[in-house]
Design a protein around this ligand. Structure first.
Ligand code: C2E
Ligand code: MG
Ligand code: MG
Ligand code: MG
Length: 290
C-alpha cells in the first residue's frame, strides 16, 4: 500500500515539475515578446528626506502590463528572468530606461534627485555591469552620482572577490550602492564594511510593527545606529502610517519610502505630483525646518 501511495506521490510530483517547467518557459517567451511589444514600463516611488520633508529621490520599479494577464507583479517574473538568464536583457533595458527617466525628471523639476535601480544577483555579477552603467549614464548625460544601485546581500556572497571588483569599479564612476531588504538576509557586518556600501534599506517587515513590537523596534534602531556610526545612510521601506513615520524620524532614520508618501507612478505623474509632500507632518523638535 505504501509503495502504491509512494508511486502515486512520485507521479504527482513529476507532473508538478513538468507544469512548473512549462510555466517558466511560457513566462520566458512572454517576457521576451513583451519587451519587443513595449509592454514593460518603469514606475517611480518617492524617497523622502525625513528631516526636511523634501523628496530626495525615487526608486525605479518595473511594471509589466500583459495584454491578457493584466498587470504582472515583478515578484512573479524577476525570479524567472534570473533563472533563465533573460535578466541580462531585462536588466539592461531597466537601467537605460531608469537613467533616461531620471534625467527627464531632473530637468522638469530642476532638482538633482537620485534614482535607485534594483539589480538582481545574476545581473550584478555580469562582468560588464560597470560598463553598462557608465554607458546608460553617458547616453542621457545623467551624473553617475545621481544613480544608486540596490542589491541584496545574496549578490555579495556568491563570489565575494568578483562582487568587490564590480563594486570598486562602480564607486570609481561615482555610482552608489544600497543593500535592499536589510535585516532579512545575512545582515552581516563584514558585508557592510568589506564592501563599503553607501545605504542600507530597512526591510518593510520591521517597519510594519515598529511602533508596537519591541523586537522590530530594536532591530530598526540597531540598524540605524550601526549604519550611522559607519557613515552609511538609512532608508526605511514600507512606511504606511503616520505613527511609523513619527517613530522613524524620532530615531533619526534619514529617508523613508512607502504608501504614506505615495506608491510608484509613471515618470510623468511623478513630476506632476511635485516635490512637496503634504503627508509629512512637522516634527515638533524640528519645527523650525518647516
Ligand atoms: P523592493 O526593491 O524591496 O521594492 C519595494 C516593494 O515594496 C515594491 O514592490 C513597492 O511597490 C512595494 N512598496 C512600496 N511601498 C510600500 C508600502 O508602503 N507597503 C507595502 N506593502 N509595499 C510597498 P514591487 O514594485 O512589487 O517590487 C517587488 C520587488 O521586485 C522589489 O522589491 C524588487 O526586489 C523587485 N523589483 C522591482 N522592480 C525591479 C527591477 O526593475 N529590477 C529588478 N531586478 N528587480 C525589481
Ligand atoms: Mg528595492
Ligand atoms: Mg526592499
Ligand atoms: Mg524586496
Amino acid at each position: 500500500k505504501a509503495k502504491a501511495a509512494g508511486r502515486g506521490c512520485y507521479r504527482v510530483f513529476s507532473e508538478d515539475m513538468r507544469e512548473e517547467a512549462s510555466r517558466k518557459l511560457e513566462l520566458e517567451t512572454a517576457i521576451r515578446q513583451g519587451l519587443q511589444a513595449g509592454e514593460f514600463c518603469m514606475h517611480y516611488q518617492p524617497q523622502v528626506d525625513l528631516r526636511s520633508g523634501q523628496v530626495h529621490g525615487m526608486e525605479a520599479l518595473i511594471r509589466w502590463r500583459h495584454p491578457q494577464r493584466g498587470w504582472v507583479p515583478p515578484t512573479e517574473f524577476i525570479s524567472v528572468a534570473e533563472e533563465t538568464g533573460l535578466i541580462a536583457t531585462l536588466g539592461a533595458w531597466t537601467l537605460k530606461r531608469a537613467c533616461r527617466d531620471a534625467r527627464r525628471i531632473q530637468d522638469s523639476t530642476g532638482q538633482s534627485l537620485t534614482v535607485s535601480v534594483n539589480v538582481s544577483p545574476r545581473q550584478f555579477l555580469q562582468r560588464d555591469l560597470p560598463e553598462q552603467v557608465q554607458a546608460a549614464c553617458r547616453e542621457v548625460q545623467l551624473d553617475p552620482r545621481s544613480l544608486m544601485l540596490e542589491i541584496t546581500e545574496s549578490s555579495l556572497i556568491q563570489d565575494g572577490e568578483e562582487a568587490r571588483r564590480i563594486l570598486m569599479q562602480l564607486r570609481a564612476q561615482g555610482v552608489r550602492v544600497a543593500i535592499d531588504d536589510f535585516g532579512t538576509g545575512y545582515s552581516s557586518l563584514s558585508h557592510i564594511t568589506r564592501f563599503a556600501v553607501d545605504q542600507l534599506k530597512i526591510d518593510r517587515s520591521f517597519v510594519r510593527d515598529v511602533c508596537d513590537d519591541a523586537a522590530d523596534a530594536a532591530v530598526a534602531q540597531a540598524i540605524i545606529a550601526m549604519a550611522h556610526s559607519l557613515g552609511i545612510e538609512v532608508v526605511a521601506e514600507g512606511i504606511e502610517r503616520e505613527e511609523q513615520l513619527c517613530y522613524l524620524r524620532t530615531h533619526h532614520c534619514d529617508q523613508g519610502q512607502g504608501y504614506h508618501f505615495g506608491a510608484a507612478v509613471s515618470a510623468e505623474e511623478f513630476v506632476a505630483q511635485g516635490l512637496h509632500l503634504p503627508r509629512l507632518l512637522p516634527d515638533p523638535r524640528s519645527a523650525a525646518l518647516f
